[in-house]
Design a binder for this molecule. Structure first.
Ligand code: CMC
Length: 429
């Protein structure tokens, strides 16, 4: 706790505590303001609201910094496996070799979907979106994994976290197979997290798919980069649901739904759709950028650009852009959409509309290029984001679960609807 801030309302002065974070971020604690003054604060879209104190992830949006538990994203993307990053986020420290092996074994043992659940896949229509299947299946999984609805011990939490992380990957691949009317492929105990996913996605009854080291490395890095991002829309949703003491699975399923939208995780697919649309229409990049800038009704946004917190390069975008270049080179793949993306980025970064609004490429601008190179179909892109973001959701859920002083989330509002009026009988309406 630092200094206090002074606020004067209707001639009365109020002293409000100032909270200072580890990295020197300042906040005015207004939690008692309504009780003292009758006033609430109004912040549509929570653009300037700290909803919690958290020790998991730090972002400095002006400087383009992202750290998980203090470790810079650049180091984690280069050196960490996704499973280590998940352990770091959830339990706070990089795992020792023994802890890593123990957790990897738990992931392997809990990778297969219970056979009872397999029949659910057939109940979804063939065109069901994999994000819908994923959120439904996560809720179904709860009943299989836990004897009761609630987690009762640290051991039960560890098992639930491992099962969720491991099975969500299996569910994702199975949803894809079901959609293609192909047999569901069982996970293999001897493969790492990313390899196992690629194996389950692309193995056919008549041909085992052995993922290349490049593909597995690129997917691992993508998952690490997506693993957490402090109080984004889906993580805030997970925390909102968790604050009512809903279980881990219900909270994570809600996170999947929040991630689905094109302004959040759905942007990775929307970027590719945008690039394909530009290519198919024959419009030049300059013409497309002019449409975006016009802001006329129906004008598109430049998908994969802009961010609520980053007013500078998204550090994940820098890493992904380089990785996309390297991966396509190593796999000897050319993708005309990558050239178009580069052209679009250059045009936007040289344009005053984007410069003055501090709009830079975000994580989603180049991630689709990598997913395409890995053979992941477009409607699975946001599912990939969900697999990646799960450690962050679990870590945030645990942070709340471990806090005995945790209160239910319940924002206030300013009501702007009709004043009191009397019931009108239907024949008079
Ligand atoms: N294209 C065109 N104009 C934009 C864009 C964009 N992508 N993003 C923001 N703007 C404009 C916005 O219209 C506003 O203009 P004005 O000042 O004239 O009203 C100005 O820039 C400031 O934007 P903002 O309203 O402060 O943006 P926000 O913080 O409410 O929204 C965002 C952030 C990410 C939803 C938004 O930038 C956006 O829609 N981007 C495209 C979708 C996207 O790429 N989303 C992925 C985000 S990163 C990964 C993730 O969270 O999943």
């Amino acid at each position: 706790m630092g200094d206090t801030a002074k606020l004067e309302l209707d001639g009365t002065a109020y002293e409000l505590p100032v909270v200072v974070g580890t990295e020197g971020e300042h906040a005015v604690d207004i939690s008692k303001l309504r009780a003292q003054s009758g006033y609430i604060t109004l912040d549509d879209g929570y653009g300037n609201t700290g909803s919690c104190e958290s020790a998991i992830t730090f972002i400095d949006g002006d400087a383009g910094i992202l750290r998980y538990r203090g470790y810079p994203i650049e180091q984690l993307a280069e050196k960490s496996t996704f499973v280590e990053a998940a352990q770091l986020l959830i339990w706070g420290e990089l795992p020792t070799p023994a802890q890593r092996d123990h957790f990897s074994a738990l992931l392997a043992e809990n990778s297969a979907i219970p056979s009872d659940m397999l029949r659910h896949f057939g109940a979804f229509p063939a065109h069901a979106h994999p994000m819908a299947i994923m959120s439904g299946m996560i809720n179904a999984l709860q009943g299989h994994d836990l004897p009761g609805i609630h987690i009762e011990s640290d051991g039960e939490f560890e098992l639930a976290a491992a099962s969720l992380l491991s099975k969500v990957r299996t569910i994702a691949a199975a949803a894809y197979k079901a959609h293609k009317s192909e047999p569901i492929v069982w996970p293999r105990y001897d493969l790492g997290f990313a390899e196992n996913f690629l194996h389950m996605m692309f193995t056919q009854p008549y041909r085992e798919h052995v993922p290349s080291a490049e593909a597995a490395r690129a997917l691992n890095m993508m998952l690490v980069l997506h693993a957490d991002h402090e109080q984004n829309c889906s993580t805030s949703t997970v925390r909102m649901v968790a604050s009512s003491q809903a279980n881990l699975y219900a909270s994570a399923a809600a996170g999947v739904c929040a991630l689905w939208g094109p302004l959040h995780g759905g942007a990775n697919a929307a970027v590719i759709e945008m690039l394909e649309e530009i290519r198919a229409s024959g419009a030049s990049v300059t013409e497309y950028v002019a449409r975006v800038k016009s802001k006329e009704a129906g004008a598109p946004k430049l998908m994969g650009f802009g961010h609520r917190v980053y007013r500078n390069f998204d550090p994940r975008a820098k890493i992904i852009k380089k990785a996309a270049d390297d991966l396509l080179d190593r796999m000897h793949v050319t993708d005309p959409l990558l050239d178009l993306a580069r052209e679009l980025e250059a045009a936007a970064l040289a344009d005053d509309y984007f410069v003055s609004r501090k709009l830079y490429p975000n994580v989603d601008f180049y991630s689709g290029i990598i997913l395409r190179a890995l053979g992941i179909p477009l409607d699975m892109f946001t599912v990939m984001f969900a697999i990646g973001r799960l450690p962050g959701w679990i870590a945030n859920w645990k942070e709340m679960y471990d806090n005995p002083a945790q209160r239910i989330y319940r924002p206030r509002q300013i009501y702007v609807g009709s004043g009191q009026r009397d019931w009108v009988p239907s024949e008079e309406r």
